[in-house]
Ligand binder design. Structure first.
Ligand code: NAD
Ligand code: TYD
Length: 348
């Protein structure tokens, strides 16, 4: 259906999993991965693909209009993952979030429009909807829920969603937006809670649990997300938004206890630390639309099996995360914990 697909942010967590997934599912498609290799972009995430004749890598910033114009020429479709993706970083400095997530997306949309690509899939997040209260467990985000982002990260993603909508409405660009819940799986940068906690525990350190630990997230395995993105790429309706979720809600406290159990550690490894400012209480996704229209459903996300397998991946890929947990990573945590002193002890 598409001969040549551009994937942006393919050296990050979800983008690299998506490229591997696409290789397995659609081996004839030629993939060009555009990534600037920011702190979370890692060529090791795609090790083994270097000699694949249907894969090529372009090191470029999505804010670079000339480079995007050149890279997109002749492409059939764009799957746009590249972003600044971590809420805590957006609390420390929101400027790179506006730069990449808003200006970068605008630059890419311009290039896609000029190149007349047949489809632009914008990978967004459930965080654009803001927070749900714990008291009403029946409430879930639908595609028509109001956009009410809490963090600078979520606000920048919401802004990019609006630009995508505008390019569809005004220029007729064939766009589809996906809004997925929290992902877990292999190659996730160990700043996000699951790989952070797992790698802390593997190093014999405590885990910094924010606030009362009762915040709820709906956890989806990254391969289920990739399968949903592929379904949307191939069969989604132009101009539409599709929520993606696995009905796998857990509080952070439950998650932490599950990790402690798998890793054979006791509750003394939990360090309750100062809450994240503006911390969203609950995310919950109603994904009836993608399930009904596209026949997608998650099949790899159920706990404990999927969580246990993820822990095992980090256990057996120590060289991958040890490499990351030095250098820039340490400097980030020194700055984060300087602003939240109670969190510091947990990571030492
Ligand atoms: P990530 O931080 O692991 O990867 C982001 C990638 O984008 C990196 O490879 C980075 O080098 C690249 N990048 C950043 N700025 C760039 C720029 N200016 N130009 C080119 N490349 C750039 O993030 P992730 O967790 O893989 O998230 C991917 C996408 O999925 C994001 O758009 C995010 O908003 C969305 N998303 C993530 C989750 C989640 O749980 N991680 C959930 C829903 C949606
Ligand atoms: P995170 O992985 O940063 O994803 P998001 O904020 O996009 O949902 O965090 C997931 C949950 O885990 C969130 O409620 C914040 C919490 N959390 C902690 O309790 N401690 C931590 O060190 C981190 C990074 C997150």
């Amino acid at each position: 259906m598409f001969d040549r697909i551009i994937v942006t942010g393919g050296c990050g967590f979800i983008g690299s999993n998506f490229i591997r997934f696409l290789r397995r599912q659609r081996p004839a498609i030629r993939i060009t991965n555009i990534d600037c290799l920011s702190y979370s972009g890692n060529l090791e995430n795609l090790a083994g693909l270097e000699n694949d004749s249907n894969y090529s890598f372009v090191k470029a910033d999505i804010c670079d209009g000339a480079a995007m114009k050149q890279a997109l020429t002749g492409a059939d479709a764009v799957v746009h993952f590249a972003a600044e993706s971590h809420v805590d970083r957006s609390l420390m400095d929101s400027r790179p979030f506006v730069q990449t997530n808003v200006l970068g997306t605008q630059t890419l949309l311009d290039a896609a429009h000029q190149a007349k690509v047949k489809r632009f899939v914008h990978v967004s997040t459930d965080e654009v909807y803001g927070s749900l209260p714990l008291e009403n467990p029946e409430l879930r985000f639908t595609e028509t829920s109001p956009i009410k982002p809490s963090s600078p990260y979520a606000a920048s993603k919401a802004a990019s969603d609006l630009l995508v909508h505008a390019f569809h409405h005004t220029f007729g660009l064939d766009t589809v937006i996906t809004r997925c819940s929290n992902n877990f799986g292999a190659y996730q940068f160990p700043e996000k809670v699951i790989p952070l906690f797992v790698t802390n525990l593997l190093e014999g350190k405590q885990v910094p649990l924010y606030g009362d630990g009762l915040n709820v997230r709906d956890w989806i395995h990254v391969d289920d997300h990739c399968e949903a993105v592929l379904a949307v790429l191939e069969r989604g309706r132009a101009g539409e938004v599709y929520n993606i979720g696995a009905d796998n809600e857990h509080s952070n406290l439950d998650l932490t206890h599950a990790l402690l159990r798998v890793m054979g550690k006791g509750p003394e490894f939990i360090r309750h630390v100062q809450d994240r400012p503006g911390h969203d209480r609950r995310y919950a996704i109603d994904s009836a639309k993608i399930r009904g229209e596209l026949g997608w459903k998650p099949s790899r996300s159920a706990w404990p099996a999927a969580l246990d397998a993820t822990v095992e991946w980090y256990r057996t890929h120590e060289a991958w995360w040890q490499h990351i947990r030095s250098g820039e990573y340490r400097r980030f945590y020194d700055t984060l914990y300087a602003s939240r002193p109670e969190a510091a002890a947990a990571s030492r």
